[in-house]
Design a protein around this ligand. Structure first.
Ligand code: NAD
Length: 362
């Protein structure tokens, strides 16, 4: 019997709808080639949801996402909604979505294929062959810790947040990292600030104990976050899987994002709950929205992560090889275009990737 998957699409704002359109075209092509069926439901999120429902993520949308097999998000936010504060900001909708889905592990793979090594801001020799995965804890740590607050005036005015992790929260995200390391290069680097922070000492002890008990076949090293930031730039090839908390992961994964030369290349998956959330790492890029200039690759590689998660790994592999082949052809959107390469619009690059993906499907 043909497998059927319910997919909720949240195109969002800015370039979100443009790259989501390409994602849907690729998904439909692969579904036909690999004989599975997709049922799409499109919902609003972020600024689009504020405009329509006066809420960046209405409960109805959360319920639709929880009832689906996967959620594909474009991007949210933009200058039109910058005056909103607190829970009415478009990004608050995204935090609510991640929390509601129970997506505690954010996976961001960063691979630099040969065709892109020269596009990196780092020396080609330093980045060529980079293939790492950042696993960031997503629903805990200082972004959610209580107490938090602000009070007082003048020199006495103060503000505080709390970085808090339980051993259980650390264990479940570290387990995700170890499991991925088993499928990849067999190495995990756990990043913390255990020389200063008590919460990091718990993090380190917990990761060490888990490796000893359940993953003795995976190599584990610990690295302080300041050193990790430096090592990511000096020698990114040394990493296989990096696991870290919410705040450090936010910063390090953006630093890792620059290695391939454009934010427009980087996919992500937020996993751990019943339903996975798949989204490009980039934002809504208001500066290029509506002009056909957005690089669709981050969204299309997010589709590949989604297909892997649904168990359609052959279709996922075809999507990835489509991306690599289109890059090898020399097609580039403006973010990566240079003399000697072929400039392509969002739709042109998307179409070439589909063509190659279908050829890979045979
Ligand atoms: P951004 O990622 O939108 O853009 C940063 C730069 O990268 C811009 O110059 C943009 O043109 C370029 N860029 C990003 N994606 C690209 C793509 N696919 N192809 C080509 N170029 C691309 O980050 P920003 O400018 O800091 O934020 C813009 C808005 O997006 C803000 O409202 C922000 O809050 C929001 N945002 C949303 C998310 C999300 O939805 N996950 C993430 C980050 C930022």
């Amino acid at each position: 019997m043909t497998k059927e998957y319910q997919i909720v699409l949240l195109p969002g704002d800015g370039i979100g709808p443009e790259v989501t359109d390409e994602a849907v075209l690729l998904l439909e092509a692969l579904a036909a080639a690999y004989d599975f069926t997709l049922r799409f439901t499109t919902e609003v999120a972020g600024g689009a949801a504020i405009d329509q429902d006066n809420d960046p993520l209405p409960d109805r949308v959360v319920e639709a996402c929880l009832a689906a097999d996967a959620v594909l998000l474009g991007a949210v936010g933009g200058p039109k909604w910058d005056h909103h504060t607190g829970a009415m900001r478009p990004e608050s909708g995204l935090l609510k979505l991640r929390k509601s889905l129970g997506a505690f592990a954010n996976l961001r793979p960063v691979a630099v294929p040969d065709s892109l090594a020269t596009a990196s801001p780092l020396r080609e020799a330093a980045v060529r062959g980079t293939d790492l995965l950042v696993v960031r804890e997503l629903t805990g740590g200082i972004y959610f810790g209580e107490p938090r607050g602000r009070r007082g005036v003048g020199d006495e005015e103060e503000a505080w947040n709390t970085m808090r992790y339980s051993a259980g929260e650390v264990r479940r995200v570290a387990r995700v990292a170890f499991e991925w390391a088993r499928k990849r290069g067999g190495r995990v680097t756990s990043v913390d600030k255990a020389n200063v922070l008590v919460v990091s000492q718990l993090w380190r002890d917990t990761v060490t104990a888990l490796q000893g008990a359940e993953f003795p076949d995976v190599a584990l090293e610990h690295m302080y976050v300041d050193n990790a930031a430096m090592q990511l730039v000096l020698n990114p090839r040394q990493f296989d899987v990096i696991v870290t908390g919410n705040l450090f992961g936010d910063i390090l994964s953006d630093a890792a994002a620059t290695l391939g030369g454009s934010l427009g290349l980087l996919p992500s998956a937020s996993l751990g709950g019943k339903v996975g959330l798949f989204e490009p790492v980039h934002g809504s890029a208001p500066d290029i929205a509506g002009q056909g200039k957005a690089n669709p690759i981050a969204a299309l590689l997010s589709v590949a992560m989604m297909l892997d998660d649904l168990g359609e790994s052959a279709a996922a592999a075809a999507a990835r090889s489509g991306v690599e082949a289109a890059l090898a052809d020399g097609l580039r959107t403006g973010d990566l275009w240079r003399e000697g390469l072929t400039r392509a619009s969002t739709a042109e690059l998307g179409a070439r990737i589909r063509e190659h993906a279908l050829a890979a499907a045979g």
